[in-house]
Design a protein around this ligand. Sequence first.
Ligand SMILES: [Zn+2]
Ligand SMILES: [Zn+2]
Length: 344
Amino acid sequence: MKAVVKVKRGKNNIEIHEVEKPLCQDNEVLINIKAIGVCGTDYHIYTDEYDTVPPLIIGHEFSGVIAEVGKNVKGFNVGERVISELSVQSCGVCRYCKTGNPQICLDKKAPGTHINGVYTEYINMPAALVHKISDNISFEEAAVIEPAAIVAHSLLQRTKIEPEDFVVVIGPGPIGLLAIQMAKIQGARKVAIVGTDIDKDSRLKIAEGLGCDYIINASAEDPADIIYELTEGLGADVVVECSGSTPGINSGINMLRKQGRMCVIGIPGPEKIHIEWKKAVIKALNIVCTFSSSPLSWNWVISMLDRKALNLDSIISHKEPLERYEYIFEEISKGNVIKAVLLP
Ligand SMILES: [Zn+2]
Ligand SMILES: [Zn+2]
C-alpha cells in the first residue's frame, strides 16, 4: 500500500513509499482508511518543529471501514464505518488510565507521532479504541472528530461551560470555530470570537455563519473594551484561549470577570512568553489548561454529529487526494487552510 513517510529529521523529508499492509492482531481491527484530517501536528512534522523518530507514517485524524476483525474481537463486523481514539499502547493500570484518562498515560504511544499513522490506506487499531459511526456522518466529517473531541473535553469536561455563560473564544482557527459551536450547544448566553486582520475575510466570516454573536477584530479594536461594554462592566464568564499567543492570553486575562474561567487549548511556540500572572491572581481566575481528549468526549462528539448539532463541514476548507499532501502543507504555510481533508 502507498504511505506518506517522514524518512528522516529535517524540513520536509517526507516521501510517498510503498509499504507492507499491517497485520490484524487478535485484539485489533484492520481499518481501510477513507478520509484523513490534516492536523497542525502533521504540518509541524513537515517543518520538523515536532519531535519524531523516523521513519514514520505521519497523521492521526481519520475515518474508515473495517476490513478485517481479529479473532478475539466481539461486536465489530467487516464493512462497518468507524473512527478510532488514539491512546494506542496506554498501559491500562496507571492512575490516569484508571481514572478514564488514557490520553495522558505516560506509556501512551499515538499513531502518526510515535508509531505509524494514517496517511496511508490501512491501519490496525485495538478494538477497544474503535467507535462505530452512523450513515448520518460523512467520512470527511468523521475524520475531523479528533479535534472536535479535544474541544468537547476542554470546554465541557474540564472547564464545564454552564448555561447562560458569556463565552469569548480567542483565535478563530479550526479549534476556535469548534469551540463556538460547543459553547452554543452547552447553552452559552452569548459567544464572541476574537481574530485579527488576517482572519477578517475568511475565518471570522465562518464564525458569523456559525451563529457567533459578536465578531471582534483585535487589529482594529481592543477586545477587552468591547467585552466590558457588552457585559455591563462585569467581564466575560469564560475565555477559551485558542491562539497560544502572548497578546491573546493577556487579553483573555484582561477581559474575564473576577472568578472567571479560562480554558487554555492553544499551544504557544518555543519562545518564553510574558503572562500577566498578578492580574490573574488578583482576579481569582480559574485557569484550566487542557491537552488531548478523553474517551467520553469522543462519545459526546459522535452523538452531537449524529443529531446534526455540530457542523464539522463548516471548518473543512480543502479536500484533496492523499498524494497532494505537499500542496496542502504549502497552503498551510501561506495561512490559506482552515481544515484540510486528504482522501487516500
Ligand atoms: Zn490532531
Ligand atoms: Zn496508563
